[in-house]
Design a protein around this ligand. Sequence first.
Ligand SMILES: Cc1ncc(C[n+]2csc(CCOP(=O)(O)OP(=O)(O)O)c2C)c(N)n1
Ligand SMILES: [Mg+2]
Length: 340
Amino acid sequence: MATRRTSAKTASTSNTSKDELLGFYREMLLIRRFEEKAGQLYGMGLIGGFCHLYIGQEAVVVGLEAAAEEGDKRVTSYRDHGHMLACGMDPKGVMAELTGREGGYSKGKGGSMHMFSKERHFYGGHGIVGAQVPIGAGLAFADKYLGNGRVTFAYFGDGAANQGQVYETYNMAQLWELPVIFVIENNQYAMGTAVKRSTKSPNLWERGAAYGIAGEEVDGMDVLAVKAAGEKAVAHCRAGKGPYILEVMTYRYRGHSMSDPAKYRSREEVQKIREERDAIEHVRELILQGKHATEDELKAVDKEIKDIVNEAAEFAKESPEPAVDELYTDIYAELAPQNA
Ligand SMILES: Cc1ncc(C[n+]2csc(CCOP(=O)(O)OP(=O)(O)O)c2C)c(N)n1
Ligand SMILES: [Mg+2]
């Protein structure tokens, strides 16, 4: 069994290019600005219910999407806006869903935690902690059955990693050698509970060893390291070697959800990570140091991203609320007649 710990602290920058670095910068910035805007719209009362922002964790999805190929699948928790943007879903449709409007991905009936895209192979958006993990294995089971070479990314948090269904899934996934990458987004907290208060064993990825599942820890604030680890995991799955676990060490800058007063950690703790470890700043420095772009060129990218996000917010505000008779649609699946 090949469990091993790679402190992929800083993946070599020699394996990257100007285009890739600028692409990472753009994609991570899109998520951050989108989430900041969602926070504003929430504050204005335009978004209701729960809203869990992804700010701070951008390098996780952007790095892993760079390792994915067309047709690969992804499924995640309620902290899902970043995953949707990173896999190519339209910011307008995501924002309109957040505001509960007809133009949203679930016609305004799902909200932040319940969006799907068949076209982009995004399977939600799940509010029940850990529930997406067996669903991820199910998606991978279908792909293995069809023999189509696809891989599923099943994302979950450090808190979810203590859920029983995760371990039942590990067992089945390894038994059936399913092409699923279990991505533990270890952002150090489950609501207000720090990992060290909930978890005795320090390395969550190592728990896969009990099932013979290979895995490793990854620096989730370094998008190049995440991509490199993702490529390794994808190659493992596509070679038919079964599941793989990536424990991606990251940090969320905002509260658990918009209603979190965040009394369980100090402002200094958050500030220190923002200043010293920020994934977007890291890529920005690599771009400037490598002279891949000037400050002015990066400012132009910032402006372009701001415009995309503003357009998404305008679209979300202008889109009408769903009609009342939409209450009765999309409840039951349309079943195809059997043996008719
Ligand atoms: C089965 C279940 N138990 C409890 C909750 C309430 N709850 C929502 S999020 C959360 C914390 C999960 O933390 P983690 O898995 O680390 O994900 P993060 O929010 O940090 O992304 C809890 C306990 C829930 N939604 N579902
Ligand atoms: Mg967490």
